[in-house]
Design a protein around this ligand. Structure first.
Ligand SMILES: *[C@@H]1O[C@H](CO)[C@@H](O)[C@H](O)[C@H]1NC(C)=O
Ligand SMILES: *[C@@H]1O[C@H](CO)[C@@H](O)[C@H](O)[C@H]1NC(C)=O
Ligand SMILES: *[C@@H]1O[C@H](CO)[C@@H](O)[C@H](O)[C@H]1NC(C)=O
Ligand SMILES: *[C@@H]1O[C@H](CO)[C@@H](O)[C@H](O)[C@H]1NC(C)=O
Length: 391
């Protein structure tokens, strides 16, 4: 959860890292200096021309050629500088849009201001951590969704929170976790059948009751065969990304393995459903760093496309996710890609290359095709991979 700097009353910006990007003016200054120098060089060379012409007339032609060569280069460099400057100012605008929430804007509700302001520790500096104030954590994408966030923070203090199921979904999908703690009481959502129409909620008649126990096809692996792979040192705790109704966690619980299931409650009460099964629902979108320390899980299970839904992930997004998965998986631990949606061959190849980069051992690797809603073939990958022990 990245932090942003806040423009608060005194205009001081916080969390500014002294990177070259954080001060575009510095770069502009640098460019002006270079430009000035180049002009000086050009002027100097040019000033030499009549002088040379007098003393060494036979060199005239040569010198002229050199000068036109130099002025050509200078022209080229100036053009480069010009386009860089244009790019820079674009970057600057972009950065400014991302970097600050202006708390003096009248449309920002009082509760949001109060949450975003720094809060001094009442007893001064904490001797262990050295901190003197508590700051709020807000993702930079929230700046772009400040209107939604403002709506979210508009409520009666101590009252019942407004019904904002849809609103929080929108925020999450825009990469702005509706993080701010709120001083209102959360509503009671009943597990009504309307919100339990999904594919996986029928635990009696649906496939869910046999999932991980009886395969539908070659892409379905069984819990027992995966556990038998052991992952050097046993499987005690795991993480299920985009775990739908929590069935993976339920089956693993029968094997005394604890699983945390992420769910984003997309159009359904998945979190409540998972909790009602006595399992751990983690309400988290895939835009966030997994809230776990390095090397903690024995197994990571990922279905669909990391729970993003029906869309396969674009290469670099997938890369960011994979690195975070690798981070939380312990050496020797298992990564189970379960009917992982690649959509097409190109995505499948890219995913394969990506996995090769990590040097995982491939215990199982099955590529399959399924007819999707519109009658086309979708490519799926199921694999059991083992994280290597890196020196
Ligand atoms: C949330 O959105 C759904 C449609 O997506 C709509 O039926 C429902 O009324 C909305 N709820 C609220 C409280 O706005
Ligand atoms: C799970 O733990 C319980 C209690 O320790 C034990 O009786 C049971 O045999 C274990 N089940 C498996 C599948 O290991
Ligand atoms: C797959 O990788 C290639 C080469 O890196 C890249 O050009 C292409 O955009 C990638 N495809 C997707 C869907 O990300
Ligand atoms: C089915 O797959 C095709 C090809 O990958 C894709 O263009 C289409 O959007 C998919 N349809 C559905 C409903 O997923």
């Amino acid at each position: 959860m990245g932090s942003v700097s806040l423009k608060i009353g005194d205009e001081t910006a916080r969390f500014k890292k002294p990177t070259i990007c954080s001060s575009p003016t510095n770069i502009l200054m640098l460019f002006s200096v270079i430009t000035t120098n180049l002009f000086a060089l050009y002027a100097f060379k040019y000033a030499q021309k009549p002088h040379n012409h007098h003393l060494l007339p036979h060199h005239h032609h040569h010198t002229h050629k050199t000068i036109s060569l130099i002025s050509e280069q200078v022209f080229f460099i100036l053009k480069e500088i010009d386009s860089s400057q244009k790019k820079l100012s674009q970057i600057e605008t972009h950065l400014l849009g991302f970097e600050s929430i202006d708390l003096s804007t009248p449309t920002i509700p009082k509760e949001l201001k109060s949450f975003l302001n720094r809060h001094q520790l009442p007893l001064g500096k904490d001797s262990k951590t050295g901190i003197t104030e508590m700051v709020s954590s807000v993702g930079h994408s929230c700046v772009k969704s400040i209107d939604l966030l403002s709506e979210f923070m508009n409520y009666n203090i101590n009252g019942v929170c407004p019904d904002d199921w849809n609103l929080s979904q929108k925020l999450i999908l825009r990469g702005c976790e509706p993080l701010p703690r709120r001083r209102c009481l959360s509503r009671i959502h009943s597990l009504n059948s309307k919100k339990l129409n999904g594919h996986c909620f029928d635990l009696v008649k649906g496939y869910e009751s046999r999932r991980f126990l009886k395969p539908r096809g070659k892409n379905d692996f069984l819990i027992d065969e995966v556990l038998a792979l052991g992952g050097n040192g046993g499987i005690r705790i795991g993480f299920d990304i985009g775990g739908g109704c929590g069935t993976f966690a339920a089956r693993m619980a029968e094997k005394n393995v604890t699983i945390v299931t992420t769910t984003s409650n997309m159009d359904a009460h998945s979190s409540e459903f998972i909790a009602a099964r006595g399992l751990f629902p983690l309400y988290l979108s895939s835009d966030h760093r997994f809230p776990f320390y390095e090397n903690v899980f024995d197994i990571v299970h990922a279905g669909d496309g990391f729970g993003i839904g029906d869309d396969a992930l674009e290469k670099s997004k997938l890369e960011f996710l994979m690195f975070d998965v690798d981070r939380i998986l312990r050496p020797g631990g298992l990564l189970w890609l379960d009917n992982f949606l690649c959509s097409n061959e190109e995505n499948r190849r890219n995913l394969t290359h990506l996995i090769d980069v990590f040097g995982y051992k491939k215990h199982k690797w099955v590529v399959g095709e399924k007819v999707n809603g519109s009658g086309k073939f979708d490519v799926y990958l199921s694999a059991i991979l083992q994280k290597p022990i890196r020196a």
